[in-house]
Structures are given as C-alpha cells and as structure tokens.
Design a protein around this ligand. Structure first.
Ligand code: ATP
Ligand code: MG
Length: 413
C-alpha cells in the first residue's frame, strides 16, 4: 500500500549520489552559516538529476551581493548590478547570484530592471524551462513547475505561458530548440507553437547570442532534429536563410567540429560567406568553413593525381585537415573509402609556391632581374610540379625557368 509522504522528504537518489565539488559546498555552507538561504540552481540541478556531472555549479542566494561580499574573503563583483558575484575559494571560482525576478524587457533580450527577492520560488519563476527551474540546497529539492516530471518525460517546456516568455526574451525560443537537440528531448507542443508567433522578438536578438546557441545545436547528437525544429518554426529562416534545404541528416555525419558542420549546412548555399559573417563567427572559423565547402565535392576516385593535389591544396595537407575535409565530403555522400588512399598518395607532393625547390630569391638571382615576373614564373613552375612532382629539383626548375624566360622574352610586349 502507498503511504503518503511530503514530496520534499523524498530526495531523488540521483541528487544524494551526485558529487558536488568541495569549493561549492564551502560557499553553500558559508552563506547558510550567516543565516542566508543558498541553493544550487538551474543547469547543475537538471544535470545531477539526469545522473550527469554538471559543467558548472551556479548558486542562488537570498543574500544581497554586498552581503555575499562580506561572507567571503575573496569576491569578484562580476556582474554585481545583476546580482552576480564570483567567490574565490580553494582556488576555484563559484558564481553566486542573488534571488531575483526580472521585469520590463524593452528590447526582447535584456531586462531593464532587476529586483532582488528573498524567495527562491520568485527566482525560479523567471527561469526559462521547467527542467532549468529547480533548486537544491542539499536537504530539499524545490521544483515548483514540474521540472522532474518533464525531465522524466524528456520534455522541454516553458515556465509559465510560452508566448509570454518568448515575448519577454527572444533568445528563449532558440534555447528551447538547443536544449531539445542537446538533451535529445521533445519540445512541449505549446512551447513549440509559441515560437512562430514570437519570431519578431527573436529577430531582435544579437547574432553573437544566436551563434552560441546554433553552435551548441550543430555540435549536439540531436543536430538533425534541432535543425528541423529551427526549420519548421521559422527560426532558421530568420537566422540562417542560406541553410534552407540543407541536408540536415548529413550534418550529424560530419565530424563533431564547428567548421565541418557549418560546411555541411552551407555547402549548397549560394552565399555561404554572407551567412557566416552575419553570425559573427571568428574569421578563422569562417575561412576554414569556406575551405571545407570548396573541398566538399572532391575529385572522383579515378581522377588524376593532379586533381587530388589541387583538392589537397585547398583543404590542407595535415592529417587532421584531411580527416576533417574527407569527413565533410563523406557526410555529403562522397565515397571516402575510395578517396582516402588517393589523397594519401599525393599528401607529400609539392602543392604551393612555397613548396618549390627554388625560392623567389633563388629565381631572381638565377635570372638577373625578372622583377614583377617572378610571380608569373613561380606559377608556371608550380603548374609543372603539380603535374609531375619529380620536376621539383633545383636543377630541373632552373632549366624550366630559363626556358620560360626565353619564351616570354620572345613574346612581343
Ligand atoms: P548549460 O549546461 O548549457 O550551461 P544551463 O542550464 O546551465 O545549461 P545557462 O545558459 O548556463 O544554461 O543558464 C543557466 C540557467 O539560467 C538556466 O538553467 C536557466 O535557469 C537560466 N537562464 C539562462 N538563460 C535564460 C533566459 N534567457 N531566460 C530565462 N532563464 C535563463
Ligand atoms: Mg550553464
């Protein structure tokens, strides 16, 4: 027979079993000793309940930021106006945020004022999803919105009315898709249905923030599902219209790497650079993605060695670069088992002007003063060695250079 017990007395076993780092425990204790409430909150509680070790442990407290500063010797006022300080204990950084509720989102992203509270439930009510709106103080789990039920059902659901929450903060719609992709959870139907009607708010979100979330979606095992959700809700059209029609299933077959996955997503796009720049990605990622897109369709397995040398020149000859480029090509359907040995066979060959056995200075010395023609001569010699790598010796290149100069000198200018 079932006995009735208060829910709070039943601490889920995953929580009792979770290992919480000693510096985090020290900060929880330190605040409690001074009479304040202190909870682990948000993502760490969600992850502990799932039996996963959290990436980081965020603390929420009834203490005001100045009070937190007085409780510990070393405190950095990281985001003190929003109630967040970083406590340094045992050489670790622990973020502590005063319970708060937010009001008046003017730009669909940042609350205009922050109100501090002494009530954990007020703090939890401003959080985005039920699975992220739980707090744990080592004795009880505070779960006012059914986070545990949604965790068990593997559902991402807004706290409160989804339309209102997405209207307050446009980033939440994208975060909903991100958690769904990363955790492999479904989106609650009401939560999903609220995305399209609030797209005008999503469009106000800074692309840096969009990029961060998109990156997490692309690198997750649920990338294909995440992308389909972005597509059906219209978020993809707002953030990366160039990805329309991309083979979402192929993205997960590419290496777990930002440039590789972006390359699969944008391989068919007419203007991939525009998309990458709009997302404000770092230049290095943009350039690498474009190289991978250019190499996304390698030569056929029976193509000439020269064709493979040109392909390798574009994607890079380092083993990791080759693996990444073949990974992208393979995800898009290229027969990489047949291609890999062809690529390996030309990997050591000269591919660029820098690999020529004669430098620009050597050529200038050899020919007297060919001036601006050195560049043209180098390209000519490179063509020779791309066709026949054995030509890349100082002697053969010197001969070829002399011949070229004689011919060029013959051409009337
Ligand atoms: P991750 O493991 O990816 O870091 P997380 O849940 O810790 O996941 P964060 O972005 O680090 O996610 O945010 C920490 C917590 O802050 C969330 O769990 C949620 O409670 C709250 N939160 C973050 N962003 C928002 C937002 N835009 N609106 C409401 N609550 C938010
Ligand atoms: Mg986090």
């Amino acid at each position: 027979m079932r006995t009735l017990r208060p829910v709070s007395a039943e601490l889920p076993s995953a929580l009792s079993a979770a290992s919480i780092p000693p510096p985090v425990l020290e900060v929880l204790d330190g605040l409690r000793l001074k009479g304040f409430q202190a909870f682990l909150v948000g993502g760490c509680v969600r992850d502990m309940l799932r039996g996963q070790h959290p990436k980081d442990f965020d603390l929420a407290t009834s203490a005001r930021p100045e009070e937190v500063q007085r409780c510990f010797r070393k405190v950095i006022p990281t985001g003190i106006e929003h109630g967040t300080v970083t406590v340094l204990v045992q050489g670790h950084h622990v973020e502590v945020t005063t319970f708060r509720a937010e009001a008046d989102y003017v730009d669909g992203r940042r609350p205009t004022k922050v109100e501090f509270h002494t009530d954990i439930e007020a703090d939890l009510s401003r959080r985005d999803f039920t699975i992220n709106a739980m707090a744990y103080d080592l004795r009880r789990l505070v779960d006012p919105f059914g986070g545990q039920v949604d965790l068990a059902a593997r559902t991402v659901r807004c706290v409160g009315k989804a339309i209102d929450r997405f209207t307050e903060d446009g980033l939440r719609a994208l975060r909903a898709v991100r958690f769904s992709a990363v955790l492999g959870f479904s989106l609650d139907p009401d939560t999903q249905a609220a995305i399209a009607p609030t797209r005008h708010v999503f469009r106000k979100v800074a692309f840096e923030r969009v990029q961060e979330e998109l990156r997490k979606i692309l690198l997750s095992p649920g990338a294909a599902r995440g992308l389909s959700l972005l597509d059906v809700t219209g978020l993809l059209e707002d953030a990366v219209p160039e990805a329309k029609g991309a083979p979402f299933d192929a993205v997960v077959n590419a290496p777990v790497d930002e440039a590789a996955r972006l390359a699969v997503l944008l391989a068919h796009a007419a203007t991939p650079r525009t998309a990458l720049q709009r997302l404000k990605l770092p230049t290095k990622v943009i350039e690498r993605t474009l190289e991978l897109i250019a190499g996304a369709h390698p030569p056929a397995p029976d193509a000439s060695p020269r064709a493979f040398r040109l392909w390798l020149r574009g994607v890079g000859r380092e083993p990791e670069q080759i693996a990444q480029a073949l990974g992208v090509a393979g995800a898009l359907g290229a027969p990489i088992d047949a291609l890999a040995p062809r690529v390996a066979a030309v990997r050591g060959d000269p591919l660029t002007v820098k690999d020529l056995a004669l430098t620009g200075a050597d050529l200038t010395a050899l020919l007297g003063n060919p001036g601006p023609q050195v560049g043209a001569l180098q390209r000519h010699l490179l063509e020779l060695v791309l066709e026949t790598p054995a030509e890349n010796t100082a002697e053969r290149l010197s001969n070829a250079a002399r011949q070229w100069c004689a011919q060029v000198a013959d051409i009337p200018r």
